[in-house]
Write a protein that binds this ligand. Structure first.
Ligand code: ADP
Length: 624
């Protein structure tokens, strides 16, 4: 029989398993049991539309043979053909494993091995405890069975063999003890019993093992008899069906990590039982951080959908709005018909009601977190806040009302603020909610316009995400207060008298301001004197609907044309000595200064400049 080689990636993972220094080798059992359970689910699901399939005795068996050092895990699930054995066990297809492998590519000494067990590393984990693994399987509908055998990294063989009944039998030949590793423990009943309880208690099929126990001999007092019985090791109640009071935090965390391939505990667990228009259990998790593929096209949002404990869909997208796409979890409802096809599912009235209830539940839980545990909420916000802001903007603002009180921004008040907190702090004289956009809160705080706002004692929201201003435009107002960008031409905190004075100054300076405008051509729509800049000399602001920040974002979008350019106004501080200088200098100097000032204003606004060398040369020339 010819030995076949593992695919390169599989081989690497396999190597890691074989040489694993991971201390929790015990997770191999959990992995094999959950594979067996998945295979049984698949068979059960098929039986819903094919009544010839017998599902009366679905179970998972564990057999220990101390003498021959083997553990055997058998299921009567869907089984695998020879091809499937080869494809499924000769390759890792799962992106999580692949990704893990990538992350650890440079990590030859596998310091990160602790992470392994937290992922669903699956079948290969058996090589952490076994030096030989045999898989005998017969697929549903097949006439023959096959045996897959491997002793690790040097390859595997597949051959035809005999097997009664459909299903899979996996035999692990357990390694000999070493100085550092105790493998014998996995051949002990009590250990296996403990591991099943710990990791696989909620598996919905009975996990059966032959248990030997000593019972008092009824005929001979003081004597004991050895009794051998098949015992069911697991309670078979899915975690989400148990009542909350029975579940420990650890159980939730373990369940989450196993099921959703995260190595961190979740940030928030939401377990709810709903009765009424729709009856369902939901168990949802908000991860601590975005999964590695969250921002890729491959990421699929959705919750697992169960009907009375039977998985009918792995990622039901309709259960989650896009702005909650980071939520992981499952929904179990008896109201859904079991043999439901995906298309029908989309139009299922019941499903819509559930989705609505879930949306409401998630919002109320986040609201609760916001009021009860601000620190935790802010951590959540830093991981996923952008999603909620997109939610406000998306679908023409359809969801904005439900989300506006979950949104927080950094502000000049220090730290984060909700819009409600902001408006409650507003001074009587303050008409608008003021904001400015920029790369970071620190950078925004340095903008020339901030000085005037600060002087008035007004609070400023710092918008640092691309979506911020778009979301706020969609919101339009909060509690009757409108939003005002302090980098807009029409932003003005001055009194009527001050306004009149600056208008007059502009009128008097028409000639040289006009010359500056002509020099800059289409770059700006106007050059103006202003009293808004405090001690600073120049600034660029935008006129009309499109702000500077929006223009930046829009210009980065594919297919962006010129139509979305911001209309820029170059503002010069009327109280700065530079204004006098400009008014009195000759045309050649005005030309030079105009270019310098304009480019500096662009830099302040975070815009790029066409010729940085020219700017540097001009300034150097002035210096010497
Ligand atoms: P995962 O279970 O995460 O997909 P594994 O490496 O554990 O990765 O298993 C690979 C594949 O092998 C499974 O997806 C499944 O198709 C198949 N498989 C594993 N164990 C069994 C089993 N007991 N019965 C049927 N198929 C199985």
């Amino acid at each position: 029989m010819r030995k076949k080689q593992f695919k390169a990636e599989s081989k690497k993972l396999l190597d890691m398993m074989i040489n694993s220094i991971y201390t929790h080798k015990e997770i191999f059992l959990r992995e094999l049991i959950s594979n067996a359970s998945d295979a049984t689910d698949k068979l059960y699901f098929k039986s819903l539309t094919d009544t010839s399939i017998d599902t009366s005795d679905l179970k998972i068996r564990i057999d220990l043979d101390k003498e021959n050092r083997t553990i055997t895990i058998s299921d009567n699930g869907i089984g695998m053909t020879a091809d499937e054995l080869e494809n499924n066990l000769g390759t890792i297809a799962k992106s999580d494993s692949l990704n893990f492998k990538k992350e650890n590519e440079d990590n030859e000494n596998m310091e990160n091995i602790e992470v392994i067990g937290q992922f669903g590393v699956g079948f290969y984990s058996s090589f952490m405890v076994a030096d030989r693994v045999e898989v005998v399987s017969k697929a549903l509908g097949a006439d023959t069975a096959s045996r897959w055998t491997s002793e690790g990294a040097d390859g595997y063989t597949v051959e035809e063999c005999e097997k009664d009944g459909v299903g899979t039998v996996i035999t692990l030949h357990i390694k000999e003890n070493t100085e550092n590793d105790d493998y014998d423990q996995f051949l002990e009943q009590y250990k296996i019993q403990e591991l099943v309880k710990k990791y696989s208690d909620y598996i919905r099929y009975p996990i059966v093992m032959e248990m030997t126990s000593q019972v008092p001999d009824p005929d001979n007092e003081g004597e004991y008899l050895t009794e051998i019985n098949d015992e069911v090791l697991n309670s078979q109640v899915p975690l989400w069906r148990k009542s909350k009071s029975e579940i420990k935090d650890d159980e939730y965390n373990e369940f989450y990590k196993q099921k959703f391939y995260d190595y961190n505990d979740p940030a928030l667990v939401i377990h709810s039982k709903t009765e009424g228009q729709a009856t369902f259990d939901a168990l949802m998790f908000i991860p601590k951080s975005a999964p590695f593929d969250f921002y890729s096209k491959e990421y699929e949002k959705g919750l697992q959908l169960y009907s009375n404990g039977v998985l009918i869909m792995d990622k039901c997208a309709d259960l989650l709005p896009d702005y909650f796409s980071f939520v992981k979890g499952l929904v179990d409802s008896a109201d859904l018909s079991l043999n439901i096809s995906r298309e029908i599912l989309q139009h299922d009235h019941q499903l819509k009601i559930i989705a609505k209830a879930i949306d409401k539940k998630l919002k109320s839980e986040l609201k609760k977190l916001l009021t009860k545990d601000r620190e935790k909420y802010e951590a959540f916000w830093e991981a996923f806040g952008v999603q909620l802001k997109w939610g406000v903007y998306a679908d023409y603002g359809m969801n904005k009302d439900g989300l506006k009180d979950l949104i927080i921004f950094k502000s000049s008040n220090g730290g984060y603020t909700t819009l409600k907190e902001y408006t409650e702090r507003m001074a009587d004289s303050q008409d608008n909610i003021y904001y400015a956009c920029g790369e970071s809160a620190e950078k925004i705080a340095l903008l020339p316009q901030c000085e005037a706002v600060k002087e008035k004692g007004y609070e400023l929201l710092y918008f640092t995400d691309d979506v911020d201003e778009f979301a706020i435009q969609m919101l339009m107002e909060y509690d009757g207060k409108h939003f005002a960008n302090i980098l807009k031409d029409d932003f003005d905190l001055s009194t009527d008298a001050e306004k009149e004075a600056i208008e007059k100054k502009n009128e008097d300076s028409k000639e040289w301001l006009g010359k500056m405008k002509d020099l800059l051509g289409d770059e700006v729509t106007a050059v103006k004197l202003t009293n808004k800049l405090g001690s600073h000399a120049v600034s660029l602001v935008a006129e009309g609907y499109v702000s500077l920040e929006m223009a930046k974002v829009l210009s980065q979008m594919p297919g962006a044309g010129n139509e979305m350019k911001a209309q820029l106004v170059l503002e010069i501080s009327s109280s700065h000595p530079i204004a006098n200088k400009l008014a009195s200098c000759d045309d050649e100097t005005l030309n030079k200064y105009t270019k310098i000032l304009y480019n500096q204003a662009r830099l302040i606004a975070g815009l790029s400049i066409d010729n940085p060398t020219e700017l540097a040369d001009s300034i150097a020339e002035l210096m010497v």
